[in-house]
Each structure stands twice: as C-alpha cells, then as structure tokens.
Design a protein around this ligand. Structure first.
Ligand code: B16
Ligand code: MG
Length: 216
C-alpha cells in the first residue's frame, strides 16, 4: 500500500509542452550545423541537460570531437536563444490539461508538491504560466551534479520536502526522468507514450487521466 505524502513534478512535457519548443530550437541549430535532428533523436534529449543534449546531437552527426569546450558553450547558448524566443509567448493557457486540477486536489489533501526540472529556464516558464507559487519547493538544477537519469534531482526534491523517497511520487514525460524516479526509490508516473515509458509504475496519456485515488 502506497503512502504518498509528496508529489514531484517534471516541468517540460508534464506541466507545459515546452518539449516541442526544445525540439524546434535544437532542430534549428542542427540545420545550421548540418546535423538532422528528428523526433527520434529528440526523444533521447528529453530531461537531459542543455550541454548533454548538444553532445548527443554532435555525436549523432559524427562530430563529437569537432568543437572546443568554449565553442560548445556558444552553441548551447545559441540554442537557448532560439528557445527563449519560442517560449516568449507562453501564457497560463499553455498549462497542460489536468495539471491545475491535480495541483489543487493535492493541496486540498495536504500532499506536498515539488518541481524537479533540469531546465534553467524553469523559473521564467513557471512565472509565465502563473504557477510560481504553486509548488512547495523547486530544485535549482545549478545545484545538481548529475543529471537525469541519475536520481540526484529527485532525491534533492524529497530532501527539500523533508520526506522519505518512498513517500514520494514523481511525474515525468521522459524515459531518463522515469529512470531517475525509479532509481530514487519513488513511485513513478509516466505521462505520454506507453512504449517509451514502459518502465514507469503507472502510465497516463495526460494528467487529465490521473486522479488522487490512483496515488494509492
Ligand atoms: P534548459 P525537464 C529539461 O526539462 C528538458 O526536458 C530538456 O529537453 C532540456 O534540455 C533541459 O530541461 C534543460 O533545459 O536548456 O531550459 O536549461 O523535462 O527536466 O523539465
Ligand atoms: Mg520533461
């Protein structure tokens, strides 16, 4: 029997569909570098940090050793510029279906909430969505040494919530994120494609399909 006292959310792809904007921004950079970025490659970038995503793209184009560390920082910054332009138009209407109802249900039930996003743009996005005050804690990805699929970001969230990991549930859209939740010893909810998220304890197509009683 689960005893869930805290729910830790991913941001991109769970709370809002910025995953699509990350894809478009990487695709644009890829075109400039002559490296195709398709949906399949993009799936592997979900939940992965900006610089690691760049490394994977360069690797896929056979260009892993072609750039200095400084050039890679410049390329990652260029992608972020494209991304920021795309997310500039975000409003509360971009909150994915079911998110607000679930947050409200959790609050009413006294279940604590946290955000475990790898994105350095998370505070800006939450602000645009009008959700800045809806989470009890938010992990700063700058403080995290090892990105998803390492469990560090979820363990840090549980620590900040002052909860044991086995009393926490994590919600993710990325395969790497679900692995991070599982390795943290938490109950995992995958949002999206069942084929990609089959290692989650429970998979829903969208958060509209998730009710409090499903949390055990
Ligand atoms: P940024 P999440 C992750 O956010 C995204 O899934 C991933 O595609 C992105 O590269 C990463 O954040 C870093 O984002 O470039 O904005 O710092 O899914 O963990 O909320
Ligand atoms: Mg995500």
């Amino acid at each position: 029997m689960l005893n869930i006292k805290g729910v830790i959310f991913d941001l991109d792809g769970v709370i809002t569909d910025t995953a699509e904007f990350h894809f478009l921004a990487w695709k644009q950079l890829g075109e400039e570098l002559g490296i195709p970025v398709n949906k399949e490659l993009n799936e592997q970038l979900k939940g992965i940090s900006r610089i690691e995503s760049l490394e994977k793209i360069l690797e896929s184009g056979g260009r892993a050793g072609s750039y200095t560390a400084n050039e890679k920082i410049e390329l990652a910054a260029r992608k972020n510029g494209y991304y920021l332009r795309l997310i500039d138009s975000i409003t509360p209407s971009d909150i994915l279906p079911g998110v607000e109802a679930l947050l409200q249900e959790l609050r009413q039930a006294g279940i604590r909430t946290g955000l475990a996003s790898a994105s350095h743009n998370a505070p800006f996005i939450l602000d645009r969505l009008g959700l800045s005050h809806d989470f009890d804690i938010m992990v700063d990805p700058g403080e995290i040494g090892r990105g998803k699929p390492d469990p560090e970001i979820f363990l840090t969230a549980a620590h900040l919530l002052q909860l044991s990991p086995d009393n926490c549930m994590g919600i993710e859209d990325a395969a790497a994120g679900v692995e991070a939740i599982n390795r943290a010893g938490m109950h995992s909810i995958g949002v999206g494609d069942r084929a990609v998220l089959s290692h989650a304890n429970y998979v829903v197509e969208s958060l509209l399909g998730l009710r409090l009683q499903d949390l055990g």
